[in-house]
Ligand binder design. Structure first.
Ligand code: CA
Length: 230
């Protein structure tokens, strides 16, 4: 099974292991984002993923708590736990908490990838392909069609990707740097004003009154967020 277009989040504080996993998953075409701490993980996991890979031993918290948080919130994102501990007890606890699988460090990357594929196959999730809807805007990532009040929107590829990204995380505030990193794959080529330019063009197409935007709000001093109109 292909991992292309699967949204995966990794929480791992060990730089070497994190980089290795990110590289391995990126080479499969998965869309991978990573957190280094419990705090960052908690923030990142406010959005749904096709798969979450959780290190249990984090400097500022226990990865098991992140898994518990997801399940208490009614979330079904599949979870693979990573543990460096000789910790059968932790793994059992994690599985009880709703984790789908675990790996004990050190492990072979090929084995992790096999488990990732396995868990994804079982779950059949694909959040990146889910149709998105928000206040009259509809977007079908698979067909790459966007509509406003039923009328097709004529968006460029980048405008479409930017809108899809914002729709996946309604109300969440993104900095221009975040958006460059996530929507423009080549962050080094981008400048933050590129983001402003695209937001302006997108507003002209989706807002009723682009001079008084209600959907994509500017959060002064921070960036942009998709808002519900009052
Ligand atoms: Ca760790």
């Amino acid at each position: 099974m292909t991992l292309a277009g699967k949204y995966i989040h990794l929480v791992e504080d060990d730089d070497r292991i994190r980089n290795e996993i990110v590289q391995a998953l990126e080479s499969t075409g998965a869309v991978i984002t990573a957190s280094e701490t419990f705090e960052q993980g908690l923030e990142a996991l406010s959005a749904p993923f096709d798969l979450v890979i959780l290190d249990l031993g984090l400097p500022d918290g226990d990865g098991l708590e992140l898994c518990r948080y997801l399940r208490l919130d009614g979330r079904e994102d599949p979870v693979i736990m990573l543990t460096a501990r000789d910790a059968t007890r932790d793994c059992v606890k994690g599985l009880d908490m709703g984790a789908d699988d675990y790996m004990t460090k050190p492990f072979q990357m090929t084995e992790l990838l096999a488990r990732v594929r396995n868990v994804l196959r079982r779950s059949g999730r694909s959040v990146g392909m889910q149709k998105l809807e928000w206040n009259g805007i509809e977007l079908d990532p698979e067909a790459r069609v966007a509509r406003r009040s039923g009328e097709p929107l004529n968006l460029t590829r980048r405008e479409f990707d930017l809108l899809a990204f914002l729709l996946r995380y309604p109300r969440r505030v993104w900095t221009r740097e975040n958006l460059l990193q996530r929507v423009w794959d080549n962050a080094e080529a981008g400048e933050t004003r590129t983001v402003d330019l695209h937001v302006r063009r997108l507003r002209a197409k989706i807002e009723e009154d682009p001079r008084d935007p209600r959907l994509i709000a500017t959060i002064w001093g921070v960036g942009y967020a998709l808002q519900a109109p009052e």
